[in-house]
Design a binder for this molecule. Structure first.
Ligand code: GDP
Length: 626
């Protein structure tokens, strides 16, 4: 294969100069080449520099920007949870609402009933309705679950009076002012199960003072008692009992911390393969990623080989638009901080990441020990490391990420990642029954999600798609703080009224009623097939992963096979598609989903397809049918 192709002005030689395997082993091993991948990936950086790595799509459409959102929020301090105070129901709309334990249907719990922790406790709980399977269900199963309950902690949206009117608000200037001008960065942590993701980030949070000594001591004692002493730092993030029992992160935990120049929203994605759908949700909302790999002998290899999550996660985040990646080569203490081992991993990973579409200059490798805390927030002084490593520590690297541009000027879009209603536990069961019976519309409820575009102010009306109903935004909370407005990139909690909670699902899009998003069950898309074992034929069942949505769908039509590089039609109406192919297909979903064309909103126009537990394709929406 020619190493000198220039695809629509994009000279791959620039980025893949030393790539002797390009076009050969890449496609064989991973079924994806830079040329093919490039058509489905894009840069979230709006810089000149980023423009140089623009993809085919970007050459056609103007560069646009976008941000994040997670699935489930966690507060750091379980002690705080225990301290929650009573709040009468009437305070759902009160000025200040105390801490709550939130009940949510999520990957953590697959229970169908309501599991109110203790009716005796004077805590506030909230019900939550969630759409989508988690962990993954087979493509043919309906993933939607009715409201079940788990515990999370958060603060519901306190209400603030509407501030300046939309016309008056200079959103760019307001954003500048906010957080002392520090940009907000959404970081997803990815990697194979047991690579040390939770321990590493838990330790970072502890070192930054986000977890106090007393709480950390409590975690250590609890972990020791449970015979899992080494998991103490991981418990900072893995908050639920089930996660602790299984020793794996299941859902996407979200936490905020600050570096010198950036406010980082951290999403700790599950590494276990059963929870890849949750990981996709996290990655879809991330600006940058941190890949954690285990440097121990045999362990790095296990994570990197087929069946390991290192490659799948790397490919997924790149396909979902992440261009900047920090790689924590973790557990270096296990290999005596050997330079040779570090280099071996860098070289193996570097080769793969380049093939997956990452630019060498946007990938940074940092040797770390999440357990001992070396090279996390300060440069390590371990002689075995300083003998050969003089680069930045992990935090310095996070600080050095280029901040993303946000589409704040575009019409408002927020993708719902959770829905819940505040109730008091003492009367929770009663309240819940009453609420479900009466479909209570008056007192309002909360939704969380990431604002993908535009901004919202308290008092604004929002259209929810589906079900195509309007509500009023009474309150906005960002990182537990009540605000008058929030903008693209923010992961917020909204208190809304005027709508029936039962009609809202995870995956609904809140949008500007004057410039609404369309909901459809049929759309056309360009897809890139990964390493599939079974050929894709007409009627093929898939799970469509789109933002926070996970929806059963079928390949309704195979329209054409395209040339991987030029995009020219090679064959019309083929009978089937096989690995590595680039095609136009028509997709039919079971229920309506709100989508955008990729050329208009990149983040809302891209998706992944999965089939019985494997990611089989990445795609972009080209036409919305009906
Ligand atoms: P995750 O599944 O990627 O979140 O991994 P965890 O954070 O749960 O860690 C898995 C195991 O690896 C735990 O027993 C940790 O104590 C251990 N671990 C994590 N980081 C390190 C490290 O830097 N060095 C060593 N020796 N063990 C570590």
């Amino acid at each position: 294969m020619s190493r000198h192709r220039n695809v629509r002005g994009y000279n791959y030689d620039e980025d893949f100069e030393d790539d002797d395997m390009y076009g050969q082993s890449v496609e064989d091993d991973y079924c994806i080449s830079p040329a093919t991948a490039a058509q489905f990936i894009y840069s979230r950086q709006d810089s000149r520099q980023a423009r140089q790595v623009e993809t085919l799509e970007e050459a056609e459409y103007e560069e646009e920007e976008m941000p994040t959102s997670p699935t489930i929020t966690h507060t750091l301090d379980p002690l705080e949870q225990a301290k929650v105070q009573e709040a009468p129901e009437s305070r759902v709309e009160a000025e200040v609402i105390p801490k709550v334990a939130r009940m949510t249907v999520s990957g953590k719990k697959q229970t169908m009933g309501f599991d109110v922790r203790s009716a005796e406790e004077n805590v506030v709980v909230a019900t939550s309705v969630r759409r989508g399977p988690s962990p993954e269900v087979p493509a043919m199963e309906t993933p939607s679950k009715p409201a079940a309950v788990s515990e999370d902690a958060t603060i519901p949206t306190p209400l603030r009076s509407a501030g300046k009117s939309k016309q008056q608000l200079n959103i760019r200037a307001e954003l500048e002012k906010r957080q002392g001008g520090k940009p907000l960065l959404n970081l997803v942590v990815i990697g194979h199960v047991d690579a040390g993701k939770s321990t590493l980030m838990g330790h970072v949070l502890y070192l930054l003072g986000n977890v106090n000594k007393r709480t950390m001591h409590k975690y250590e004692q609890e972990a020791k008692k449970a015979g899992k002493a080494s998991f103490a730092y991981a418990w900072v993030l893995d908050e639920t009992g089930e996660e602790r029992d299984r020793g794996v992160t299941m859902d996407v935990g979200m936490t905020k911390f600050e570096t010198d120049s950036t406010v980082i929203t951290l999403m700790d994605a599950p590494g276990h393969k059963d929870f890849i759908p949750n990981m996709i949700t996290g990655a879809a909302q991330a600006d940058v990623a941190m890949l954690v790999v285990d440097a121990s002998r045999g362990e790095f290899e296990a994570g990197f080989e087929a069946g390991g999550q290192t490659r799948e996660h790397g490919l997924l985040v790149r396909s979902l638009g992440v261009t900047q990646l920090a790689v924590a080569v973790n557990k270096m203490d296990q290999v005596n901080w050997q330079q040779e081992r570090f280099q071996e991993i860098v070289s193996k990973l570097g080769h793969f990441l380049k093939q997956a579409g990452f630019k060498d200059s946007d990938v940074f490798y940092i040797p770390t020990s999440g357990l001992s805390g070396e090279n996390l927030t300060t440069r390590s002084k371990v002689p075995d490391l300083t003998a050969w490593y003089t680069g930045p520590c992990l935090l310095e690297q996070m600080d050095a990420f280029k901040p993303p541009q946000r589409s704040v000027e575009k019409p408002f879009r927020l993708c719902v990642s959770d829905v819940f209603k505040v109730l008091t536990t003492r009367t929770a069961a009663k309240d819940l029954a009453k609420m479900l019976e009466e479909r209570d519309q008056g007192s309002g409820f909360c939704v969380t999600g990431k604002i993908e575009a535009g901004f919202i102010q308290t008092g604004d009306k929002a259209l929810v798609m589906p079900p195509n109903e309007t509500c009023t935004v009474k309150g906005i909370t960002l990182h537990d703080e009540a605000l008058d407005w929030a903008a693209a990139g923010d992961h917020v909690s909204l208190t809304v009224t005027g709508m029936d909670i039962i009609k809202i699902n995870v995956g609904c899009i809140f949008c500007d009623p004057k410039e609404p998003i369309r909901a459809c069950t049929r759309f056309r898309a360009r897809i890139l097939l990964f390493n599939i074992e079974v050929p894709v034929t007409q009627g093929f069942p898939v799970l469509l992963h789109y933002q926070t949505v996970s929806e059963p769908a079928t390949i309704r039509k195979i329209v054409s096979i395209l040339h991987k590089s030029s995009g020219e039609i090679l064959k019309k109406k083929p009978k089937c598609l096989s690995k590595g192919q680039n095609a136009v297909v028509e997709i039919q979903t079971q229920r309506p989903v709100a989508l955008e064309l990729y050329k208009n909103y990149k983040e809302l126009g891209r998706f992944m397809l999965r089939y019985v537990g494997s990611t089989i394709a990445a795609g972009v929406v080209t036409e919305i049918k009906e």
